[in-house]
Write a protein that binds this ligand. Structure first.
Ligand code: LER
Ligand code: MN
Length: 272
């Protein structure tokens, strides 16, 4: 198991991610604490200097495990399930750019909030659902030509109105022909939606490619009341080799939240 901390490269309204104006010292801090990788939340890859970013990360020896894309939904309303052609086209174009950036960083691309919400109304839900699946298939094909992989993240019902559980997400992935689409399980959402969190992780088997950890209150693991030991035991049992990435509300402040996360990972023997 590898460890990571999620960081936003742009200022964002999304609470559960660390942001600091100057990203270099933050990345260095994460590396120094002992995280083996970093996860980057990127609203719009075209606003970044890719060369400088890859240079900085390479120089630090800090791999990027995954690219978060949800800010494009939260801040711009882009959505893969939108029946409005312009919105879903812009969502597709944006994710194409994430896939391209992910190729140079060798990271996963997350399909979380960017899937949007399915509309109600006669036949609309079904049409939008189909549209979402077609769009993910398109993106998966494009990612494949770049050797890339996508992960769909089940999210809780208060954030989006479909794909809330690991089981539903596996079913959706199974209905796509793509082999390069897997599951991202986030303990914060799972605590709300799953009947048995450990059993759901097990159910994902070899399709579990990424894990977000946050406690019940979305603070650093150990700062709420989630029982992590059985979950980490199941990951060990499954021989999960992916990342356990902290996507948390950085309280009381960023430094302390990251430090607490690493202390917790050490206590749980997933970091040295
Ligand atoms: C949103 O709550 C979340 O967990 C993100 O990883 C989704 O893009
Ligand atoms: Mn998440």
């Amino acid at each position: 198991m590898r460890t990571s901390f999620a960081v936003s490269l742009q200022k964002t309204g999304f609470q559960a991610v660390a942001f600091q104006k100057s990203v270099q010292p933050l990345l260095r801090y994460i590396k120094e604490l002992g995280f083996t990788g970093v996860e980057l939340a990127v609203r719009d890859p075209s606003l970044l200097d890719w060369k400088e970013l890859t240079g900085t990360l390479d120089g630090m020896g800090l791999p990027v495990c995954a690219l978060g894309t949800g800010q494009a939904f939260l801040e711009e309303g882009l959505s893969l399930s939108a029946l409005d052609g312009d919105i879903s086209r812009r969502a597709l174009d944006r994710l194409r750019m994430h896939i391209e950036l992910a190729e140079s960083l060798q990271s996963l691309v997350i399909i979380g909030l960017i899937r949007g919400n399915l509309p109600s109304g006669e036949g609309m839900w079904e049409r939008a659902w189909e549209h979402f699946r077609e769009n993910v298939s398109l993106l998966a094909d494009e990612a494949l030509t770049r050797g890339g992989r996508l992960v769909i993240e089940p999210l809780n019902r208060y954030e989006v109105n479909f794909l809330h559980t690991v089981e539903e997400t596996l079913e959706c992935i199974g209905s796509l022909a793509a082999q390069n689409v897997g599951v991202l399980a986030d303990t914060y959402h799972m605590n709300i939606e799953e009947v048995d969190m450990a059993a759901s992780l097990l159910m994902a088997e070899k399709k579990l490619w990424h894990v977000h950890v946050a406690d019940s209150n979305r603070l650093a693991p150990g700062m709420g009341h989630l029982a992590f030991t059985p979950l980490l035991n199941v990951l060990r049992e499954m021989e999960y080799t992916g990342y356990v990435s902290a996507e948390i509300i950085p309280r009381p402040d960023l430094e302390e939240a990251a430090r607490n996360t690493m202390s917790f990972f050490r206590e749980m023997n997933i970091a040295v």
